[in-house]
Design a protein around this ligand. Structure first.
Ligand SMILES: [Zn+2]
Length: 112
């Protein structure tokens, strides 16, 4: 694993990763347009990961702005909603840190 700091997506996201994120954050399952509770998350069929969809604006002065997002689509009406991919990655990194902490704690207990 590297510690590179980058504005680009740093890890692959799976569907399960996003579901855990959505549950933890209390994201509504109801579509704001039609009320249906059936969402599709775009998955790259080649490796079953959520692709980094990047909203990008390149102004004339050459500076660059990009915003990686996770796209959800209502399967009934096609309503689209976007989540900042950074937030999902932050959640997963915190989740991993907690798991490592509890593993360290277990190791301490076994040591005694
Ligand atoms: Zn809908």
């Amino acid at each position: 694993m590297t510690d590179e700091v980058s504005s680009k997506p740093t890890r692959l996201l799976t569907f399960d990763d996003f579901v855990r994120f959505a549950n933890e954050k209390g994201i509504s399952k109801s579509c704001p347009a039609c009320g249906t509770q059936n969402w599709v998350v775009s998955i790259d069929v080649r490796d079953s990961h959520i692709p980094a969809i990047i909203a990008k604006r390149i102004p004339d002065n050459g500076s660059e702005f990009s915003l990686p997002v996770v796209l959800n689509e209502c399967s009934n009406c096609g309503y689209l909603r976007l989540f900042q991919r950074d937030k999902v990655e932050e959640f997963l990194n915190n989740e991993e840190a907690k798991t490592e902490e509890s593993e360290l704690y277990k190791a301490d207990e076994e040591y005694e």
